[in-house]
Every structure is written in C-alpha cells, then in structure tokens.
Design a protein around this ligand. Structure first.
Ligand code: ADP
Length: 424
C-alpha cells in the first residue's frame, strides 16, 4: 500500500469511494439527458438519481406556474408522487417559494419548527417531513423552479454536500426543460411552415388548372399566326409565343408539383437512349435560347449510345427545368450546354451554364420548395421557386441523385446521376 493510502483513515476512503460512485451516476445521468428529448421521463430519472445520491426518502421537482404564480410538482419519487402533482405550493409561506424568491439554496434540519415550511404537502402525501434541502433551478438567470430532497434515510442529517448534488441535478433539469420548450416551439413553427407549404401547393394546383386551357389556345393561335405572318408582324408574334412558352413552363411546374404531392408521380419506366432524350428536351426549349441569342452546346463523354431505363416524360421535365434555368440565369449571348456520360452502373447528364452562378450559402437551399435566391419583391427573374424541388423529387423517384456545382459570376452545373437499371 502506498504511504498516501496508509495515511488515510477508513472513513476518508469510504467517503472518497462514495463520491466517486456519485460522480459516476451523475455522468451516466448526463449521458441519458443528452440522448433523450422527452422531458417527463427525464425529470423522473433526475428525481430518482437525486433520491439515490442524497440517500433520502424522496426528491421532487417543482416548477413555477406562470399563470397562477404558484409552484407545481412535475416529478417526485416515493409512493406519493401521483398525489403530489395536483397540489399547488404557494410562493409565500413555503420553503420552495423562499428558494424561488431568494434564488438561494436552503437546508432545513427541523422542518416542523420552521415557519417557511408548508404543511399541506405532508397532509396530502402522508409523508412526515423532518429535514429538507431545496435548490433553485435557473434558466438564463431566471428561477423557473426548485429541486428538493427530504428526510435522510436511516435518520441522518442532510448536509451541504446534498445541496451541492441537488444543485448539479437542478442545472441538468433546467437544460432538459429548456430543450423541451425549444423543441415544442420548433415543432409549432415547423407545423406552421408545412401548413403554409400545403396551402401554397393547393392554391397553385387550382391556379394551374385554370390557366392551362386558355394558355393552350394562345399557344395554338400564336404558332399558327407565326407561320402565316412575315416581317414586323412575325417578330411581334414571336414575342407572344416566347411569353406563352415561359408561361407554359411555369404551369408545368405547378402541375408536376401536384402530381408529386398526390402520389401520382409513379414511374413508368421505359428503355430510353440518353442522347435522344437530351435532343427532345433541347428541341422543346430551343426557341427560348434562340430568343436570348444563346447557344446550347451538346457533348458526350461516352462514344456509343447510353441506354437507360427511365420515365421518359418525367426526365424530359427534369431536363427542360434545368435547361430553362440555365437559359434564364445566363445573360444574352451566353453559352449553355448538356454533357452526357456513363459508368458501369450509372448514366449521368450535366446541364451547365455560364450565367450568374449561386452563392455557397444559397447552394444548400435551392432544392427546397419555394426557395428563391432573390427576395420575391425585388426579383429580376420570373419563377415560383419550385423547379429544382420538382426536378429533385423526380430524380429521386428514379433512385438517382442531383447535385450542383456553382461559382458566383462564373456559372453553374447541375448533374443528374441515374442508375442504369433502377430497382423496380
Ligand atoms: P425558379 O422557378 O425561381 O427558377 P428553381 O427551383 O428552379 O426556382 O430554382 C431555385 C433558385 O435557384 C432560383 O430562384 C435561382 O435563384 C437559383 N437557380 C436555379 N438554377 C440556377 C442557375 N442555373 N443559375 C443560377 N441560379 C440558379
């Protein structure tokens, strides 16, 4: 044995061992606190540990009820815990109340003779309180409640060591309660946002339905007139046609969103050659690029055909969406393009542009529904902030993924990777 151990008497060693095991329990409790978000079970554990560590008959947590100004039991050990919960404890004339107003711990060795002791609790619970320790529970400097422990087991006296233990536990309980408040507030905000998104989507679905028919009439007449017209008239009809095509793209976004939401977006897989798919999408959007004097450059990293199993209509929507964004966010005369390729398992295409680019902070959010980089009232570019969200959902339906690389002022590249044989 070392000199140090020899010089300690048995009592000191026992006391050290006791402290060690208390610390161990506290550490375990902290692990539990960090791994659960539910308050009630957590507060139950805290009072359980408080009873064990202080070796008392019962421990409890009381919270200040903002409305009534009284204290309420939220957790307690001992047989009487269910009985305690409904008992209000007044701030005036109670030990817990004194701890709240004074924001200081109290150690009371002979409760019945102390004027601050509130007898009603004993009357209801059937506990006979001899001694008790109570500490304040604070959240950002404000006392929100009290942690108490009463009656040492075996008739011993409560000590300031017990007060220290309760103070540590009170800090943990306060963290748990604070977390619960934040989570509840976040949940409310999250539900509100979801509801807002739902209302927006519903409105959009109705609006899209109403707009579709008159727009197809405009597109039909404009196409017809364009063939008939010449000179200035032809240029004017061209402008009408371009505007109508842009409107059609917006409405397609609206309709696709509804399809995705209604679960109508089930895949109809067919064998599709990727270059052929890109050609079809480019044909749909070519006149929009021409109107801005932009060239669409097509290239492939794979010499042969790239045969995939995809839902043709949905992939055209994705390509058209990415291409129309490339056109929209690239200035007049700029270059945009599509590159295709494949590896052993995946086919991919990248829609790139030399446009305004996207800042690093916005990159993580552009796939969110209704997210637009520019604030809506100061927008230079039209759109609903839905295109990329829809494209992402459609790609993910194929078990593929979409990613973006971009540099502000230089341009962007959106790459879609699709499994060549998607699992059905
Ligand atoms: P929107 O209908 O507004 O274009 P999207 O969901 O298609 O909505 O895109 C979301 C946002 O991402 C856009 O508002 C735009 O700010 C940004 N964005 C998308 N594509 C590009 C691109 N090719 N270049 C620059 N910014 C882009």
């Amino acid at each position: 044995m070392s000199n140090l151990t020899e010089s300690m008497n048995k009592e000191q060693i026992a006391s050290m061992q006791n402290r060690m095991s208390n610390l161990e329990r506290l550490l375990r409790l902290m692990q539990v606190i960090n791994s659960t978000l539910e308050t009630d079970p957590l507060l139950d554990i805290i009072v359980q540990v408080a009873t064990e560590l202080t070796n008392t008959e019962s421990a409890s947590i009381l919270l200040v009820d903002e409305e009534s100004g009284e204290l309420r039991f939220v957790a307690a050990t001992g047989q009487s815990s269910a009985d305690l919960k409904p008992i209000p404890v007044p701030i005036e004339g109670s030990v817990a109340g004194t701890v709240v107003t004074g924001n200081k711990p109290l150690l009371i060795r002979d409760a019945p003779s102390d004027p601050r002791w509130y007898q009603d609790v004993d009357r209801v619970s059937g506990i006979v309180t001899h001694s008790l320790a109570a500490v304040p529970m604070q959240v950002r400097g404000k006392v929100i409640g009290v942690v108490e422990a009463l009656n040492k087991r075996g008739g011993g006296e409560m000590t300031w060591d017990d007060v220290d233990i309760l103070s540590t536990l009170a800090t943990q309980a306060a963290v748990a309660i604070q977390n619960a408040h934040w989570i509840a507030a976040l949940q409310v905000a999250y539900n509100k946002l979801n509801e807002l998104d739902r209302l927006k989507s519903e409105f959009i679905a109705v609006a899209a339905h109403e707009l579709r028919t008159p727009l197809s009439l405009i597109l039909g007449y404009a196409t017809f007139l364009r063939e008939e017209a010449s000179g200035t008239a032809k240029e004017q009809v061209d402008i009408v046609l371009q505007s109508a095509i842009r409107l059609r793209l917006l409405i397609e976004d609206m309709v696709s969103l509804r399809q995705v939401d209604a679960g109508e977006a089930a895949l109809k897989l067919e064998t599709v050659e990727l270059h052929d798919l890109v050609d079809s999408a480019v044909r749909e959007i070519q006149s929009m690029a021409e109107a801005k004097g932009q060239e669409i450059v097509l290239s492939s990293r794979h010499s042969g055909p790239i045969v995939t199993q995809v839902d043709r209509a949905k992939m055209i929507i994705v390509l058209v969406k990415l291409l129309s964004n490339a056109i929209k966010y690239t200035s007049r005369g700029g270059r945009i393009g599509v590159q295709t390729g494949r590896d052993a398992d995946n086919a991919w295409f990248t829609v790139w542009d030399t446009g305004i680019g996207i800042s690093a902070t916005d990159l993580s959010r552009i796939f969110d529904r209704f997210y637009q980089v520019e604030p809506s009232l100061a927008r230079r570019y039209e759109g609903l902030g839905l295109g990329l969200a829809i494209a992402k959902e459609m790609v993910e339906l194929h078990r593929g993924h979409i990613r973006v690389q971009s540099q502000e002022g230089k341009g962007s590249a959106f790459t879609v990777t699709l499994p060549i044989h998607p699992p059905s």
